[in-house]
Each structure stands twice: as structure tokens, then as C-alpha cells.
Ligand binder design. Structure first.
Ligand SMILES: Nc1ccn([C@@H]2O[C@H](COP(=O)(O)OP(=O)(O)OP(=O)(O)O)[C@@H](O)[C@H]2O)c(=O)n1
Ligand SMILES: C[C@](O)(CO)[C@H](O)COP(=O)(O)O
Length: 230
């Protein structure tokens, strides 16, 4: 019997406050090249023919989202939580009756506006029908130091990667993994919730343009990449 074609949905947590950015408003609404950061992120998914629909999770009382959300292709979920883990989990709960167990969900930080259709396509193609799922990540290229108090040590970088997003998993597996996760200080991305079940997702090489805009100095870097090619 023919399997139904896989469906791909994007889930964008955008309920953070951007404490490290230190701006007057949440960082996802700061302009990058004249356009709100979150709009760049949502437009990346709208530009991909592979994405069936995008859901964005914001705080219950977010006053800005309605001015930023594009006219089609995106649904706003006002169910953000106190941590990224809670926001993604709340978003998944909201989708329980809309998505099928085998649908793929690509969770992507609002704060990574450099994503584009090419990277989305690469992640989906290289993850394929992987039994666990996959995520974009970058191999560590620098020497890695760990400093605790006055003690400094050099760690082996063998096998070390920096996780990016999107991180894609089938709906049921991701929902169950997030449900089982309790500690936002150790479950800092979606893959770590899945790994805590004893499963190993596939790492797909991402791109520096997909940086997480975290500090004020990141804004110019993101603008440079977005000006070079959307
Ligand atoms: N309670 C939270 C915290 C974070 N996020 C989202 O998770 C992504 C990654 O988080 P991060 O870059 O840390 O954003 P902030 O939490 O806003 O930043 P900071 O940690 O500096 O406060 C962002 O898109 C952010 O909006 C969220 O949806 N809900
Ligand atoms: C999900 C993530 O972007 C992967 O690198 C990262 O873990 C988010 O961390 P933050 O502390 O919420 O910025």
C-alpha cells in the first residue's frame, strides 16, 4: 500500500524576552535591515515550497505580533511559557488535534533570521526518513577551553558540534519527548529532549548565516548575511 506523502510544518518559538540583547523590546521584533527579525524568520518558511504551514508561539499578552505576522501561511499561538522548552511544549499541545503522529515538525528559533529555503531543503533532504529526526549544526572549528574559577583546561573538539535550528522530528516523538522533559536548564533544545529518551538524531551541517541573534553585536552580522542573499 502507498504511504501518504510526508507533511512538514514549522513551529517557531518567539516568546522570549531577549535579556542578553538588553534592548527596550523583545529582540525578535528588532529591525534587521529594516524588517523585524521575526518577519525574516517567518518569511524563510513561507518561501519554502516544502513547508505546509507555519505556527508561531508568542506570549499570551504579546502586543506586537499582529503587526508582524504575514497575511498568509502563518498561525499565531498565544501560549508561550517561561522557558523555550515550555513554549515549544505548549505549542505542540496546541497542535495535538491538527497534526498527525507521523507529520514532521521543524522547530526553529525566531532569533535565527538567516535561515533560508536552501537550508530548509537541505535539512529535510538529508534527514530523509531517518528513524529519529535531524537538526542543523556546525562542527566546532576552534580550540575549546573550559574555565571554572581559576582552572582552565583545553578540551578535545573531536565530535563536537554547535546545535542550530531547525530541529525536525515526527510530531508524536517530539511531543512525547517534550512531555517527559522536566528541566529547562538541561533541555536547551528539542534534540536534547529526544536524546534523553536514548535516541540519536542526525546532525546535518548548517551554515554560519543561521546564527542565533543573541547579543547586540549579532545584529550587524545577521544584516550582512541577509543583505548578501535572502
Ligand atoms: N520563554 C521563552 C524563551 C525563549 N523562547 C524563544 O526561544 C528562542 C531561543 O531563545 P533565546 O535566543 O535564548 O531567546 P531569549 O530567551 O529571548 O533570549 P535571552 O535568553 O537572552 O533572554 C527564541 O526565538 C525565543 O523567542 C521562547 O519562545 N520562550
Ligand atoms: C535551540 C538552540 O538555539 C540551539 O543552539 C539553543 O539551545 C537555544 O538556547 P537559548 O539559551 O534559549 O538561547
Amino acid at each position: 500500500m502507498n504511504q501518504p506523502a510526508p507533511r512538514y510544518f514549522a513551529l517557531v518559538p518567539a516568546a522570549g524576552v531577549g535579556a542578553r540583547m538588553g534592548a527596550a523590546s523583545p529582540k525578535q521584533y528588532l529591525p534587521i535591515g529594516g524588517k523585524p527579525m521575526l518577519r525574516h524568520t517567518l518569511d524563510a518558511f513561507r518561501s519554502s515550497p516544502l513547508i505546509a504551514h507555519t505556527f508561531v508561539v508568542v506570549s499570551v499578552d504579546d502586543p506586537v505580533i499582529d503587526t508582524v505576522v504575514p497575511p498568509d501561511g502563518v498561525t499565531v499561538l498565544r501560549c508561550g511559557g517561561a522557558s523555550r522548552l515550555e513554549s515549544v511544549r505548549n505549542g505542540m499541545w496546541a497542535l495535538e488535534n491538527q497534526l498527525h503522529a507521523g507529520d514532521w515538525v521543524l522547530v526553529h528559533d525566531a532569533a535565527r533570521p538567516g535561515l533560508n529555503a536552501e537550508l530548509i531543503e537541505k535539512l529535510i533532504r538529508e534527514t530523509g526518513e531517518h528513524p529519529v529526526g535531524g537538526l542543523l549544526a556546525l562542527p566546532v572549528v576552534d580550540t575549546v577551553k573550559r574555565a571554572i574559577n581559576d582552572e582552565v583546561a583545553t578540551l578535545s573538539r573531536d565530535g563536537l558540534w554547535l546545535a542550530q535550528t531547525p530541529q525536525m522530528f515526527r510530531f508524536r516523538l517530539l511531543a512525547d519527548a517534550l512531555e517527559a522533559a522536566t528541566d529547562p536548564s538541561t533541555i536547551t533544545d528539542d534534540a536534547s529532549a529526544v536524546e534523553a529518551l536514548g535516541l540519536a538524531p542526525k546532525l546535518v551541517e548548517g551554515h554560519p548565516r543561521n546564527l542565533k541573534v543573541t547579543l547586540p553585536s549579532d545584529i550587524k552580522i545577521a544584516e550582512m548575511y541577509l543583505a548578501a542573499a535572502p
